[in-house]
Design a protein around this ligand. Structure first.
Ligand SMILES: Nc1nc2c(c(=O)[nH]1)N[C@H]1C(S)=C(S)[C@@H](COP(=O)(O)O)O[C@H]1N2
Ligand SMILES: [Mo]
Length: 355
């Protein structure tokens, strides 16, 4: 039982901070270490997942864990007294942005990581048990199309160059499950600015890794044959936003979750997070971002245009053709239904985009 034992890099921020800097905080170092000891001794976690396989915590860790790249371990800044958030004891250095609140309890890490959608691996939710062969490091992705400075980015450079922060976001899947999780990353707009989109760029397309192919290999981009990619779906997985949606401050690129690098099943090493839209918009394990003047074809919209729109904003009043969207449930339990909120609660940020 190792779920709560953290690797040295996960402790870096605490242990590299002089004792006196955090002595008054809720997590005194000794107490912190004592907690780790307790966890190591084995705090049981109930197997109460619904609609998905259960596994030991160790199994989940082994299957979905990503070794932290050296560049990421090194980049943790020294926190100041004011900025440091004691509750986020496993942060790898990104400062917690207090401007985003769930309005609901945070989903437990073990619940979020054992119930994921990642169709490249499987159509069921237990992808954590199928991602073992996927290697998300080293990793490159390109930004191409209508921009002045198209380029290929190495994920290790991204760790060094971007303004990382942690944001607590709600997530709502079109299937009616929802979760509240802390993502580590940066605004998508900050990344797009690096390539200087031209005035002609009206849409932004996103693409996940494809099966091994010449085009990506020649561009130096990673490929991978996910076990479910022989099915008749329109691989690779694609998604898209308008340029205004992409430049909105909520649109986020995540490289971490719960203060750790993204587990493979969450879309390691880099994914999109668009919290006011249904979850399928949040494209995982990105290898290509394309600026275009036409609305790009997208995976679910191509498969079922009458069921999955391009815009796909969370809206309790627009039912899916096969079920209501008026309510939702929080991982891991369907026992309580919550009211769905228009734009998933983010109307203050994005309603203006659709006025
Ligand atoms: N490449 C890829 N990205 C994807 C998916 C997928 O199957 N493949 N599923 C989407 C769906 S339907 C949802 S709800 C979210 C789920 O994110 P999570 O599994 O990390 O919670 O990822 C989205 N991104
Ligand atoms: Mo979803």
């Amino acid at each position: 039982m190792q779920y709560h034992i953290r690797k040295p890099w996960q402790l870096a921020q605490k242990l590299h901070t002089p004792e006196d800097v955090y002595v008054n905080r809720r997590w005194h170092r000794r107490e912190f270490l004592r907690t780790l000891g307790l966890s190591a001794a084995g705090i049981g976690m109930g197997a109460h997942l619904i609609g998905c396989d259960t596994a030991s915590d160790e199994e989940v860790l082994k299957s979905g864990k990503v070794e932290v790249p050296a560049a990421l371990a090194e980049r943790a800044p020294e926190p100041t007294e004011k900025e440091w958030e004691p509750a986020k004891d496993n942060s790898f250095g990104a400062l917690h942005n207090p401007n985003f609140e769930y309005g609901r309890p945070e989903t437990k890490e073990e619940d979020a990581s054992r119930y994921t959608n990642f169709y490249e691996f499987s159509g069921s939710k237990n992808n954590y048990s199928r991602v073992g062969d996927f290697e998300p490091h080293p990793w490159k992705f390109e930004i191409t199309g209508l921009c002045a400075k198209p380029r290929v980015f190495d994920i290790d450079d991204i760790y060094k160059m971007m303004p990382f922060e942690e944001r607590d976001y709600r997530h709502r899947c079109v299937e009616t499950w929802a979760m509240c999780v802390p993502w580590t990353g940066f605004a998508l707009s900050e990344l797009l600015k690096k390539v200087e989109p031209t005035a002609q760029a009206k849409f932004v397309g996103f693409q996940t890794f494809d099966v091994p192919n010449k085009k990506d290999e020649q561009a130096g981009l990673p490929t991978f044959a996910g076990p479910n990619m022989s099915s008749g779906y329109p691989w690779p997985y694609t998604e898209g936003l308008t340029i205004d949606e992409a430049m909105n401050e909520l649109a986020f690129i995540a490289t971490g979750i719960y203060g750790k690098p993204l587990a493979k099943q969450h879309g390691a090493p880099i994914r999109l997070v668009v919290p006011w839209k249904y979850g399928f918009k949040s494209c995982k394990s990105i290898v290509r971002i394309t600026l275009t003047d036409k609305q790009p074809a997208t995976f679910w919209n191509t498969l079922g245009p009458q069921e999955y729109g391009f815009t796909a904003n969370v809206n309790p009043e627009v039912p899916h053709p096969r079920w209501s969207q008026a309510t939702e449930w929080m991982l891991p339990s369907q026992a309580t239904r919550y009211d769905t909120v228009i734009y998933n609660g983010y109307g203050d940020y994005v309603a203006k985009l659709y006025a």
